[in-house]
Write a protein that binds this ligand. Structure first.
Ligand code: GDP
Length: 633
């Protein structure tokens, strides 16, 4: 397939006037991104079945056309740059430095000086021996005396390795081919106003002071520069050329005209891509620059994965962050208010590094989109729900906004961004009524609370977006799971706190609601691992994640008191049921009707084995080890 592309145009205060002569672009355009897969700055395909789609979209959705590259983003960027002024002095880091400091990649780039270029030199190096010397020169304000100006003529190729200080001068008109990377450090801006940010410290850390390396190559007919990053070849066609790339080929027509594959007319200024397995035959008198991408070494693929966790202040948020950090992820968590920044969980996670928090709310689309664009996550773990079933009867509208529409907002952010992000939606067993048990993948949903109805919407919209937009989004119905990070609005922690008080000699009667509710009692730590596994499968699919064992609230109470060496027996029925210490005869547990819920589910337990079969997952904890860990033993 041959893909023709419409550039993305970028206005620049220093723009020259050459771009307007080739493209229909606004005055003040300094850069034409002729081949770009950047988010929101992608070039657009102008022919064939993908006409109107961005190159970014095509790369993410049809990797086969590019030979199944391993890089998650389109790896190269080609620009035509017209400079009407001297550009600021810059330097790029190498992969090592960029990975360590920013979890991004370094940048290698080449400049080909086009025929209409009017500049006679370019800044390519700084004449100092080391960072100390450079620091002194900067402090004295005499850097301009030390910049190395290399003479250039049109048709030259400048090869700029990471660490090389560089800048285009006034009148430059070039084709720039570079590795996609967002990191550029600005060393010096000629003290111009308005002042732009300088990155002195990083620049000093990455500059290469060896000025002897060859940088400029006269790039005449049929020249080629081969590098580990990409090859750049100049083709002067004259008669007939046939090329079958190993991966794909990026081309730019420097001059002249030609006919591609017998049917496409190409002319000066046209960028096009020859996809994998396509044969390209060009006739005519066009001059073409071709870039051949290389399969990348491990270094360039080593980027840390980035996870975004909504509802990070929760037991699941904590265990998931802990797990992902131990797997060398960069973890970003959403909090609702600034005061949550000071929570001990957040402080502990932040101290480990690679953990960042952002304020955003599931009811506020703009804050979610802002964080999404900033973070560019590989994986989203969506835990931020109004998770109290009883409260959902008091606040049904808010519960729906957060749980149902909140999930839709995340899916829309993924859909609109074209970033290849996977989404795990933590779903609830309250989708089932609890009247039929054990629940399986075939059991139908019968939500009985505003909470569960909103959860059903979230579940279905995840399915819908997966099917309609090919998004990797999955639901994991996570059965009840607990930990010491639960607060005592949940019955498990409420019981454990009561047992601790009695154990410490306090006269304390625990008041509970429905003792007959039968639930699973998994450990949140196990669930964190399960959620991660759910996103590591090749194909997205929904799961029930469950231990398969249920105990009543009454059983949990008996087991918990037993840990404090108290044997409890229950006597009486309904509201009159009490839990009595066998040894002392004291009442330790009674019923308070305020804690009873309308429509409480009877038995929530699932025998689904699909998750275990597909991921090999095993639970490490059972109800006894859960209670031990919650008691602090
Ligand atoms: P949930 O299942 O996510 O709502 O978790 P909870 O821990 O809040 O509730 C678990 C079960 O315990 C529900 O069936 C409740 O009705 C029952 N339960 C019984 N007494 C209490 C109580 O005092 N507080 C809470 N939260 N739940 C109780």
């Amino acid at each position: 397939m041959i893909l023709f592309l419409k550039p993305y145009f970028e206005l620049k205060p220093w723009a020259g006037d050459e771009l307007n002569k080739i493209y229909e672009c606004p005055n003040g355009t300094g850069e034409a991104w002729i081949v770009s897969g950047y988010n929101k700055k992608s070039s657009i395909i102008t022919n064939g079945i993908y006409k109107g789609r961005s190159l970014r979209w095509l790369y993410l959705n049809h990797p086969e056309l590019f030979g199944y590259p391993e890089e998650k983003e389109f790896p190269l960027l080609l620009k035509i740059i017209s400079a009407g002024d001297d550009l600021s002095i810059q330097v790029h880091p190498n992969d090592d430095y960029a990975l360590k400091t920013k979890n991004q990649l370094g940048k290698f780039e080449c400049w080909y000086f086009l025929d209409e270029n009017k500049a006679t030199d370019a800044i390519l190096g700084v004449n100092v021996k080391n960072a100390m010397e450079l620091k002194t020169v900067l402090e004295q304000g005499t850097l301009e005396n030390y910049l190395i100006r290399k003479p250039i003529t049109n048709g030259d190729l400048a090869v700029i390795n990471p660490g090389r200080v560089h800048a285009l001068t006034k009148g430059s008109f070039i084709l720039e081919a570079q590795e996609s990377s967002d990191i550029t450090y600005r060393l010096y801006d000629y003290n111009r106003l308005p002042k732009r940010e300088l990155h002195i410290k990083d620049s000093l850390n990455v500059i290469d002071y060896d000025n002897d390396r060859k940088i400029i190559y006269p790039f005449k007919d049929k020249a080629a520069y081969k590098d580990s990053h990409f090859d750049i070849i100049k083709l002067e066609i004259g008669k007939h050329l046939t090329y079958t790339p190993d991966t794909y080929l990026i081309c730019y027509v420097l001059d002249g005209n030609g006919i591609l594959n017998g049917k496409y007319e190409v002319k000066k200024g046209d960028p096009f891509i020859v996809t994998k397995d396509e044969k390209a035959t060009l006739d005519g008198n066009a001059k073409v620059i071709a870039i051949v991408p290389k399969k990348k070494g491990k270094e360039r693929l080593k980027m840390r994965k980035v996870a975004l966790i909504t509802g990070v202040i929760s037991q699941d948020g904590y265990y998931l962050s802990d797990l992902l950090l131990s797997k060398d992820y960069e973890v970003h968590g959403l909090i609702q208010t600034r005061s949550q920044m000071y929570s001990p969980i957040i402080k502990e996670l932040e101290a480990r590094g690679n953990f960042f928090i952002h304020c955003a709310d599931m009811t506020d689309t703009s804050s979610l989109n802002r964080v999404f664009e900033l973070v560019n996550p590989d994986e989203i773990y969506h835990l931020a729900k109004q998770s109290h079933v009883d409260l959902s009867f008091e606040m049904p509208e808010y519960t729906t906004e957060v749980n149902a529409i909140g999930t839709l907002r995340l899916l829309d952010a993924i859909r609109n961004s074209e970033i290849r992000t996977k989404l795990f939606n933590m779903s609830s067993p309250y989708l089932f009524s609890g009247d039929r048990y054990p629940q399986t993948d075939e059991t139908r949903f019968e939500p009985k609370s505003p909470f569960a109805v909103a959860e059903e919407y979230a579940y279905r919209i995840v399915n819908t977006y997966r099917e309609c937009y090919n998004i990797y989004a999955v639901n994991g119905i996570c059965y009840n799971h607990e930990s010491k990070y639960r607060n005592d609005t949940y019955v498990s922690q409420k019981i454990i706190n009561a047992v601790k008080r009695v154990k410490n000699g306090e006269d304390f009667i625990l008041e509970l609601g429905n003792l007959n509710a039968s639930r699973e009692w998994g450990h949140a730590k196990d669930y964190a691992k399960a959620m991660w596994l759910a996103l590591q499968l090749k194909e997205p699919t929904d799961f029930i994640i469950s231990t398969g064992k249920a105990y009543t609230v009454r059983d949990f109470v008996i087991k918990a008191y037993k840990k404090a060496n108290i044997d409890l027996v229950f006597e009486g029925t309904g509201l009159n049921e009490v839990g009595i210490d066998v040894n002392t005869g004291k009442v330790l547990v009674k019923i308070n009707k305020d804690y009873l819920r309308p429509n409480d589910a009877k038995v929530l337990v699932s025998s689904s084995t699909k998750f275990k079969d597909e991921t090999g997952f095993e639970f490490e904890h059972d109800i006894d080890s859960l209670i031990d860990s919650m008691m602090g033993e």
